[in-house]
Design a protein. Structure first.
Lengths: 429, 252
């Protein structure tokens, strides 16, 4: 199994040629990063299933099959398009085809909150950009860095608690097949707190390859609570990379709900860079048809007295494929680490597939780590019990699947979002 | 109420029920006793519709319908209730939601409208008192973290809520201390009427002190080998099953 594809493939070449023709120069990305991004793409190419990390998720094949020609003919969206995607309880911010759209976003003056385009970064903020999403590590980060649109910058200044959730609606819409490289940069400074919802949609019936990269920084004693809501539909192929760095005494959590999308690959990489911080990653997906849902997580414990928890659940129907690949690093200095990981899956058909790969790499000697994974069919004893009380086969199944998912749905603290998730989840059952 | 004729059932190649005949009329309480492995739980599973068993011969008529043709859920909707020997824990499904779904699906089957939330909650309150079930347990996940006694009380609570025509209590006394046994039995007795019937399946006579049967049947090696009044249970308790075993030893 080779980790490196020696020469970039014709697919990568074709993509680069087309994107280079259509893209303007990116002024806000550090020049050196763009150079190294292009170099990595030239060397390695877009990963295919020969790449260990993309074994079950052949991005190259998707580009070859579905995105041979990329016109980059984008649709303009209006308030009427965005209105149904909003969350009432939140400040709604809108990013269209990778570009932060101030006109469609709600304007509200909140103390300590900065919302801006990436090209408005100050020089000190610019220095942080790409520091977590290094373009020499991953071809999709490189692709994003080289062709990033003018994405979103969010900052919570130190000592500020944002009283309502922030909701970023990332929406793509093409007239013909498009490739978007959406970028966001979220900086929660020391002692600040915020709840962030990131929703992903695709409007229209043109195919979209969405390559999203978000860098998130959580400062000392700060708290960032994230909900990721993915409902991009049957015409969407997306890779979503979160590169997160959290600091001393900080708390980061993310709950990812994947409800639709033909291919959804989530890379969630969290560095616990200092002591006494905690990270919680949760995920739920339900897949049907020929969907592929692939959750990759990397938790990097670098310093002592930190905690991480992961709980991922999936329900795979029809011929869909679900993957969970979770790696936990516990570095030499990360003594007294508590790291837990669990992945539970239900196969609803004989043609559905679940791949799971938990990995622990521990270099410290005084730690508590565990991982568990289970994949099975629906519990027939429980099913019989429900039916023996007069509940029909269909409703009994639904009750059990909902029960399976409930502890994750309960983690969504925003009522209208929880309702939206529940509604879509029930529809997908 | 229910008429079982020459019922044979197997699991895999093993025949467990070898010709059961039993007639239960409305208003009656029947006890089925027998040593371990005699087929007591198989009988209740087959009647409730558990798919692990193959019925190879015989028929069961329940309220004029061929029970064996009905799905598990339709048997329940027709008024058959099985109190499980080992109630299943279902994390994430609340008792209330579970019962509301069950009750409304049964009502829909009979062409009745859904029960109003207010009436449903009043019913929950009334029926949970019957088995002294803590109101908090009603809102928890089905049987999750319940003690053995709480699980059995929850079975009877469900029975009270669904108001079946025929209740089969499968070893409901197993694992119960004397107080829980008394509560469960009192609950069952209060639910008894001239329109419904109860089959009590048990290994021990103890439960029958509280739920007094009209008829007692001894099941051995898949057949009812002896039937009688309530005194038969006492006789079994006194003599043990060894005598029955000797008397009715059937070559495999």
């Amino acid at each position: 199994m080779s980790l490196v594809v020696d020469n970039k493939s014709a697919v990568t070449q074709n993509l680069l040629d087309q994107l280079q023709k259509k893209s303007s120069k990116i002024a806000f990305m550090p020049d050196a990063e763009i150079v190294s991004a292009i170099r990595l793409l030239e060397d390695k190419g877009i990963p295919n299933n020969k790449h260990e990390d993309y074994k079950y998720c052949n991005i190259e094949a998707v580009l070859r099959k579905e995105f041979k020609s990329v016109e980059q003919s984008f649709n303009e969206l209006t308030n009427a398009d965005i209105a149904p995607l909003k969350i009432d309880e939140a400040i709604n911010l809108v990013v269209v085809n990778g570009v932060y759209n101030e006109d469609l976003s709600e304007k509200m003056i909140v103390k300590g909150l900065t919302v801006n385009s990436l090209n408005q970064l100050s020089s000190s903020e610019k220095a942080l950009l790409c520091s977590q999403a290094k373009s020499d590590t991953d071809a999709l980060i490189a692709l994003n860095t080289a062709f990033s649109a003018n994405g979103l910058f969010l900052q919570i200044d130190r000592n500020n608690i944002i009283p309502m959730p922030l909701h970023v609606i990332y929406v793509n819409s093409g007239h013909t097949n498009i490739v978007t490289n959406t970028r966001s940069f979220i900086n929660v400074q020391a002692n600040a707190q915020v709840t962030l919802v990131e929703s992903f949609y695709n409007i229209g019936s043109a195919k979209v390859f969405s390559n999203f990269v978000s860098e998130k920084f959580v400062g000392e004693n700060a708290k960032l609570t994230c909900h990721t809501f993915q409902n991009e539909g049957a015409f969407s192929y997306s890779v979503n990379t979160n590169q997160v760095k959290i600091n001393k005494y900080s708390n980061y959590s993310n709950t990812t709900m994947t409800l639709s999308g033909e291919l959804v690959r989530n890379n969630h990489n969290v560095v616990l860079a200092d002591s006494n911080c905690e990270a919680h990653l949760n995920g739920l997906f339900i897949s049907n048809g020929t969907q592929q849902i692939d959750n990759h997580t990397l938790i990097d414990h670098q310093m002592p007295h930190c905690e991480s928890n992961e709980l991922y659940k999936g329900i795979a129907k029809d011929k869909s494929v679900g993957t969970f690949n979770g790696k936990i690093f516990v570095r030499k200095d990360a003594q007294k680490t508590n790291a837990y990981q669990s992945s539970k899956n239900i196969l609803m058909s004989d043609d559905a597939t679940i791949n799971t790969k938990p990995q622990l790499e521990i270099y410290a000697d005084d730690v508590k780590c565990s991982h568990g994974t289970s994949t099975g069919k629906i519990d027939t004893e429980a099913l019989f019990y429900l039916k023996a009380r007069g509940i029909g086969e269909e409703s009994a199944r639904k009750l059990l699947l909902q029960a399976f998912a409930q502890e994750l749905i309960d983690k969504i603290e925003i009522p209208s979002l929880q309702e939206r998730v529940l509604h879509l989840f029930e529809k997908a059952l | 109420m229910i008429s079982i004729k020459n019922l044979h059932a197997s699991i895999g190649d093993k025949e467990i029920l070898r010709g059961i005949n039993l007639e239960v009329k409305a208003g009656e309480v029947h006890a089925i006793m027998g040593p371990n492995g005699s087929g007591k739980s198989t009988l209740s599973s087959v009647l409730a519709g558990r798919e692990d068993y193959d019925v190879t011969e015989g028929e069961v008529i329940f309220n004029g319908k061929n029970l064996l043709d009905l799905s598990t859920e339709d048997r329940a909707r027709e008024g058959l209730f099985l109190a499980f020997q080992y109630p299943i824990e279902i994390p994430g499904v609340s008792n209330i939601n579970f019962l509301r779904t069950a009750l409304n699906e049964i009502r829909a089957y009979h062409g009745q409208e859904e029960m109003a939330a207010k009436d449903f909650l009043a019913l929950v309150k009334e029926k949970s008192k019957l088995v002294e079930l803590d109101a908090k347990l009603a809102s928890r996940s089905v049987n999750e973290g319940f003690s053995g006694g709480e699980k059995k009380r929850n079975e009877i609570f469900q029975m009270a809520m669904l108001n079946p025509k025929l209740a089969i209590l499968d070893e409901t006394d197993s694992g119960l201390d004397i107080d829980a046994l008394r509560i469960v039995a009192t609950g069952v007795n209060k639910l008894k009427s001239k329109d419904n019937a109860t089959i009590v399946i048990t290994h021990y006579q103890r439960l029958l002190d509280y739920i007094v049967p009209d008829f007692v049947h001894i099941l051995y090696k898949g057949r009812i080998v002896k039937s009688g009044g309530k005194e038969l249970a006492l006789e079994m308790e006194a003599k043990g099953y060894d005598e029955i075993k000797k008397e009715f030893e059937i070559a495999d």
